[in-house]
Design a protein around this ligand. Structure first.
Ligand code: PMV
Length: 317
């Protein structure tokens, strides 16, 4: 029997993949084709508060504004709550606050579903293990399973059809001084979402066949880079991994190009900086924005080249 608290609250960080998740082997359960590896963004993320609804009606608020239930945000969120309520009459008010700067061009679905999962566990007093919570969060949004943990996290694809072995696993390593710079480039027309993008890539790009091999090789290198604090290896691997993923997108039909001219200009600026001796690399998700990777001693030089850069220190420095 579920015993909801009057209220419960949880926070989960956003995360950036250094080895990307691209492609589902099960579209309903969000089971991935490849393992991925990310770093969580510390204090940047989502805080979610659940309240047993005094008015007997589900309500969803985003940054204080009530969301219509026929719109995707509230609809997806309440469908996820339903996984836990399983038909029981437990009306809830969901308050979601994102502290991710809107100008940063970061998706909030990963931290959002991770925070919601944690809050549901507390609200219903379930006491589920972190891996189980991570597997649940994955069903909301694949990358959310990595946001259950701080620091570096590997999402293992798993072998079971029920997906309960497909969840985030924290990597016990810290990297003080590691910095992530969020480069928001001009926003173009509305992008194709990750679910539709993955499906199109798998169905139409022969190049996608090489992706699992690329991801497996990159995952190895990232583990090695993290274990030996080899920043050049970390940066190179992350950048090549992101570009390999984008290559499969571009090879789809109709073509899937998330880049804007400003994205390419920013990539070229990164390459120029590297040629001039600065250790800075980038990664990109299913959108036009770049995430820069560098170390704290190079922050002034990187900020000089990218005015207005939003900088996050995942390990809190
Ligand atoms: O979790 P989703 O369905 O939003 O997919 C995330 C896909 C990428 O951001 C492109 C890669 C990743 O691993 O985060």
């Amino acid at each position: 029997k579920l015993a909801p608290q009057d209220a419960a609250e949880a926070f989960a960080p956003s995360n950036i993949a250094l080895c990307k998740y691209w492609g589902k082997r099960d579209a309903e359960l969000n089971l991935p084709i490849n393992n991925s590896l990310s770093v969580s963004l510390g204090h940047l993320g989502t805080r979610t508060r659940l309240e047993s609804a005094p008015d007997g009606t589900d309500r969803v608020y985003l940054n204080g504004v009530e969301q219509a239930q026929d719109q995707p945000f509230a609809a997806k969120l309440l469908a996820f709550v339903e996984l836990f309520r399983a038909g029981r009459a437990l009306p809830v008010h969901v308050h979601t606050e994102n502290n991710i700067p809107t100008a940063a061009g970061l998706a909030s679905s990963a931290s959002g579903f991770a925070a919601l999962t944690l809050a549901l566990d507390r609200w219903l007093q379930l006491g589920l293990a972190p891996e189980v919570l991570s597997a649940f969060a994955r069903m909301g949004s694949g990358s959310a399973c990595r946001s259950l943990f701080e620091g570096f996290v590997e999402w293992r694809d798993g072998i079971h059809d029920d997906g309960m072995d497909s969840h985030g696993v924290p990597i016990p390593a810290r990297w003080p001084g590691l910095q992530i710079g969020l480069v928001k480039v001009a926003t173009g027309e509305k992008a194709v979402g990750s679910r539709a993008g993955m499906q199109r890539t798998i169905e139409t790009a022969h190049l996608y066949q090489s992706w699992p091999l690329q991801a497996a090789a990159d995952l190895e290198k990232l583990h090695q880079a993290i274990a030996s604090r080899d920043f050049a290896l970390l940066g190179q691997t992350a950048e090549q991994n992101a570009l390999s993923m984008h290559a499969t997108m571009i090879a789809s039909w109709p073509p899937l190009l998330y880049w804007q001219p400003e994205s390419v200009a920013a990539m070229q600026r990164v390459w120029q900086l590297r040629e001039a001796g600065l250790a800075v690399y980038f990664t990109m998700d299913a959108g036009p924005n770049l995430k820069l990777l560098f170390e704290v001693q190079d922050r002034p030089a990187v900020e000089a080249a990218f005015p207005g850069l939003e900088v996050v220190a995942p390990f809190g420095d």
